[in-house]
Design a protein around this ligand. Sequence first.
Ligand code: ASP
Length: 585
Amino acid sequence: MAEVDVYRDTYAGDVTEARIGATVQVAGWVDRRRDHGGIIFIDLRDASGIVQTVIDPSAIPDGHGLKLEYVVSICGVVRERPEGTQNADMQTGMVEIGVEELSILSAAETLPFMLNDRVDVDERTRLEYRYLDLRTPRMAKNLRARSAAFRAMREVLDGLGFMDVDTPTLIRSTPEGARDMLVPSRLRKGSFYALPQSPQLFKQLLMVSGVDRYYQIARCYRDEDFRSDRQLEFIQLDLEGAFWGREGVFETLEQVISTVVERIRGESIPTPFQRMTYAEVMERYGTDKPDLRFGMEIQDISELVAGSTFGVFSSTVASGGVVRGINVGALGLSRSAIDSLTERAKSLGAKGLMSLVVEGDGLRSSITKFLSDDEQTSLIGAFDGKPGDQLLLVADTPPVAGAVLGQLRLELGQPDNNDDLAFLWVIDFPVFEVEEDGSLSPAHHPFTAPVDVEEMRTSPETAISKSYDLVLNGSELGSGSVRIHDPVVQQQVFDILGISPDEAERRFGWFVKGLRFGTPPHAGFAVGIDRFLAILQGERSIREVIPFPKTQTGTDPMSGSPTRVDDEQLKELGVAVRPEAKPEE
Ligand code: ASP
């Protein structure tokens, strides 16, 4: 093996026709190898692309030893590929390198899977060998997109005068509504740090410090169940600004988001983004994160059918419920398909599902016998029904009808291969959510300002807050709010949440104290970068855009974390594993 310390002077992807006749040195991995009657073709891959090289093993005997994924440095002359072997689809497809010198820099064992996107490899194996998985074109592209997104975000925000300030990751708990990840303190045995669920309180205190515009690509930790596409740790683009309000936040984010989209997808997206109130999205789409790439909106026909002779309609409305439905179009659903939709609706909490098909100027359904001709006509009108259209109706309480129809709308209408981007600001969220036991919890977080403090005190269940979400294609990309900057109002929120002054003092006293020393009005936002990238890259899971993610059960098959630790280590921390928590040997 020849000793070299200069490995290359040219990237593989740059070996194009412009270089014909030049001697170049390239370095990378053996991507493909073909033996053709005494001549060996090696496709050499580096971070920039792939170039074909041609070895005559009678001159370069080492050529025989090359295997897939060996790392080599090659010196040779760029020449035109012979007629008929050119590949116009490849950046370097018109040329090849005639190899004059070959150095094998590193051998490779047979890989556990082929680095070929077409080969289905189970995710656990991909994660166990993530470093190899990241060699595949798809994953390398995702990594590059991630880096491009970071760069674009920083460029825009630096340009707008934002300051990048880092905040600690060993902190006292931040209340974002999830379980904290804890780190035991060795120096103060029996005490624990929490990993930040977000830098929320620190960024607010930076406003007290006089920082005017803050941002950070911040790592956040939430110990949530893995029921959906979540990770224990994720990154957010975290922002805060003093003397700032909703309009300023929106304008800045639209600039950041559209620049990222432009850089990654080369598309310019229209701004300002559409806006809807929380009340409106819940009524029209049954969810606070509607996918606006398609219509199929929920129609409320309660008024229309309040006086119906059909008891299900009239009694539901009379008892304060609603009758709502969606027109799912001419799907031509069979009886059994409708039965399974009904089962689905029930599993989502509905008492039942009524299905009607538009036929001429009437409706076909098992319930049409209860509906007058006029009622049928106005129903068709309400849903803008065309012959063949299928209407699905739910008579229930507003939250149940909304949730069930919202979910059916998604399942029946969400486009599969549609890479449109439909952004939406959802504004005017309530301050609080009413829990099943009647207690209140913050709809965003407890530092969010109400629109009207008096209204919040007198009717907390319906009071509106100054918080907002950004939604993209049915996913919540991020959320933020105008904050409370008056410590008195902050205490009132704690009171309404049932947090006693003592408890508030114990948990948030350190933060509220800061608000007493001259706090500018401030507002902010955080964008979940992993989810944003997954959508931009057309990936279903955020794990595809995270360099080293955990599995859905929170493990890392590559390093084997989480692991047990030595008793000695635990002792030093003053920590013992409870007997019932001891994992099986
Ligand atoms: N801290 C919030 C979150 O992580 C975002 C914000 O209000 O700025 O969701």
